[in-house]
Design a protein around this ligand. Structure first.
Ligand SMILES: Cc1cc2nc3c(=O)[nH]c(=O)nc-3n(C[C@H](O)[C@H](O)[C@H](O)COP(=O)(O)O)c2cc1C
Length: 157
């Protein structure tokens, strides 16, 4: 079984999850922009960051290409992990990957720099995830990484 980890990350929160996943799975890792032909891989773990309530645009383009694969989806977000906002966003990712067998998923908060929170508050003060963003400070942390490893073990074994 060949496994690939594909990730999208602007400020490295999701990249940290991707690195932990690649190590745990003994898999190659590639950024979504550099992911070329994936036909040689049986299992693909895809990591993305939330933008506009769902996967970032580059990942939205990539997810439909998982058709026929066994996939695992993981993400970081400024919102709370158990919020409707995040559940809906993860469902959007599953919908985009509808041609794949999604064996599991994981998400956790990812730190949103204070300046970014301020900029978003100015542009889109009603963003539903914004009130939870301060609590994302310090994430992903060691527990997030260990929870990700456990979810991967349960899904990709
Ligand atoms: C422009 C922008 C839009 C964002 N939109 C959302 C969003 O809709 N929902 C959310 O929960 N977090 C949102 N976030 C927070 C990021 O998803 C979060 O900080 C994530 O961990 C960033 O991941 P990265 O470091 O891998 O780029 C947004 C951040 C930015 C900069």
């Amino acid at each position: 079984m060949k496994t690939l980890v594909v990730y999208s990350s602007q400020t490295n929160n999701t990249k940290r999850l991707a690195e932990a996943a690649a190590t745990a799975l003994n898999a190659e890792m590639v950024s979504v922009g550099a992911a070329g032909d994936i036909s040689n891989y049986d299992h693909i773990a895809v990591g993305f960051w939330f933008k506009g309530g769902g996967p970032d645009p580059a990942t939205q383009d990539f997810l439909p290409k998982l058709s026929g694969k066994k996939a695992f989806l993981f993400a970081t977000h400024g919102g709370a992990a158990n919020s409707t906002h995040v559940k809906n966003g993860m469902n959007k990712a599953r919908d985009l990957a509808a041609g794949a067998t999604v064996a599991g998923s994981f998400s956790c908060p990812g730190e949103v720099p204070v300046k970014v929170q301020a900029a978003i508050a100015e542009k889109n003060p009603n963003a539903p995830w914004l009130p939870d963003a301060p609590a994302a400070t310090g994430h992903p942390d060691e527990k997030d990484l260990s929870d990700l490893r456990k979810a991967l073990r349960d899904s990709f074994s």
